[in-house]
Design a protein. Structure first.
Length: 308
């Protein structure tokens, strides 16, 4: 017998459902086997395990940020900053120290060199560290939690390089960060104490959360993390799915006969997520753990760099 982990409503209620009786680890009795999932543990053990993996994740995140580092978010208006914006004709009474004499010498009138405004943004980062993230379908793949933390820290490193203010967010509010040599390390330590999401939650709860966020003067960028097995249902034979968050087990005979319907439900769920998140003015970026993290980080950074 082997174990795996599937997506979370009637088949979706099995795999995505409100009560999530879905797969934390199916045990299959067919000829096809899969690798065991990451072991489920209580909050303290999970936090300790994450802390042990954090140095490698932090190093990888810093390397990605170095690769993708770019300039400050352009505001496309004049103001204090280092980036050239435009030349404009000098106005009567313009201070002499604001005139660009080299540019003015090329024309018949004085010109002022304006720079682009650069104002630091405050960015709140939240990561789902719940039981459903503590899983991978094969030993060769990273766990969903590790990939979520890696992408979050990579984005944090990019934001900090660009002079932004970065905080961690939890259901209780902004997380007080412990002391550490650097801001990125403080964020990493803060993550270890928290209990991108796989979005395996009730539709109504997610919709309500997105609407509440839309009522505030902020933009929300949702990063959807999934394991490839969650999107394809690659199992055969009699399979027992055991939950990662104390859900009841679910046993299905000939699970491969459900694959076509399951794929349709996964597609419908993805479409619903895209429409719901877009309708409330937020953005959605998807990442599957068998993909390289750099393209996802670049896409997410591009989304966050856009101005409304």
């Amino acid at each position: 017998m082997s174990r795996s982990r599937l997506l979370p409503n009637t088949l979706l209620r099995w795999f995505y459902g409100v009560d999530k009786p879905t797969a934390g680890g199916p045990r299959t009795t067919g000829s096809t086997t899969t690798s065991p999932p990451v072991a489920t543990a209580d909050v303290a053990c999970a936090a300790q395990a994450l802390a042990m993996r954090m140095p490698d994740l932090l190093l990888h995140a810093s390397q990605m940020a170095t690769t993708l580092a770019s300039g400050l978010h352009p505001q496309r208006r004049a103001g204090w900053g280092d980036t050239f914006w435009q030349y404009r004709p000098a106005q009567p009474g313009e201070p002499a120290n604001r005139i660009d004499w080299r540019q003015s010498a090329r024309t018949t009138r004085a010109h002022v060199r304006e720079t682009e405004a650069e104002a630091a943004q405050t960015v709140l980062l939240w990561c789902d560290l719940s039981g459903s993230m503590q899983w991978r379908s094969a030993k060769a793949l990273p766990g969903k939690l590790d990939r979520a933390v890696l992408l979050l820290l990579g984005m944090a490193a990019l934001l900090l390089r660009n002079g932004e203010r970065v905080h961690l967010l939890s259901p209780a509010g902004i997380v007080p960060l412990p002391p550490a040599p650097s801001a990125l390390e403080r964020l990493a330590l803060g993550l270890c104490g928290l209990a991108a999401s796989d979005l395996l939650c009730p539709d109504a709860a997610l919709d309500d959360c997105l609407r509440q966020l839309a009522a505030h003067p902020v933009r929300t960028h949702v990063l959807h993390i999934s394991d490839p097995a969650e999107n394809t249902l690659p199992y055969s034979g009699r399979t027992e799915f055991s939950g990662l968050e104390d859900e009841p087990t679910l046993e299905l005979p000939h699970v491969q006969s459900l694959r076509a319907d399951y794929t349709n439900l996964v597609t419908a769920r993805a479409r619903w997520l895209e429409q719901t998140i877009g309708r409330t003015g937020h953005t959605l970026t998807r990442h599957q753990t068998d993909m390289a993290p750099l393209p996802t980080l670049l896409a997410l950074h591009a989304q966050m760099s856009q101005r409304v």
